[in-house]
Design a protein around this ligand. Structure first.
Ligand SMILES: [Ca+2]
Ligand SMILES: [Ca+2]
Length: 136
């Protein structure tokens, strides 16, 4: 009898902690990791419904020029501009395109949403392989 009551107490405690965390992760202002991809030319496509979109390159990713594109099946893919600039330089002298964690945030990507969602992929213009994480 006593053991059961304690078990129930812990169950209530567990739910009290789990529920706020799970709802918070879907809230505005939080980054949700969509996934990651190792790629040599173009990454996999990840979806976004608008707002801001973040990419992070692993530290062993290739230095050089990158562009985020929005995939369209029936016309040319759109280059995604960030602060009026198309393209980002990673680990390149004089460039602050990526923060110290290798991340770059694209703000107000709503104009790239066609249909319900935008289909983003990262393109790399240097040799070798890179690893990118996508956050929505
Ligand atoms: Ca488009
Ligand atoms: Ca599209």
């Amino acid at each position: 009898m006593k053991g059961k009551r304690i078990q129930r107490y812990f169950l209530v405690l567990t739910f009290a902690f789990i529920i706020p965390f799970s709802t918070a992760s879907a809230g505005a202002g939080e980054w949700d990791l969509l996934g990651g991809d190792r790629f040599s030319d173009e990454s996999d496509i990840w979806l976004s419904g608008g707002g801001a979109f973040k990419i992070c390159l692993s530290s062993d990713s290739q230095p050089g020029y990158y562009r985020l594109y929005e995939e369209d099946p029936f016309n040319r893919d759109d280059v995604v501009y960030s602060n009026g600039v198309k393209g980002l330089y990673f680990k390149t002298a004089g460039s602050n395109d990526f923060d110290s964690n290798g991340c770059h945030v694209f703000k107000d990507i709503g104009k790239y949403v066609d249909g319900d969602q935008a289909e983003f992929y990262l393109k790399k213009y240097s040799g070798g392989e890179s690893f990118v994480w996508f956050y929505d």
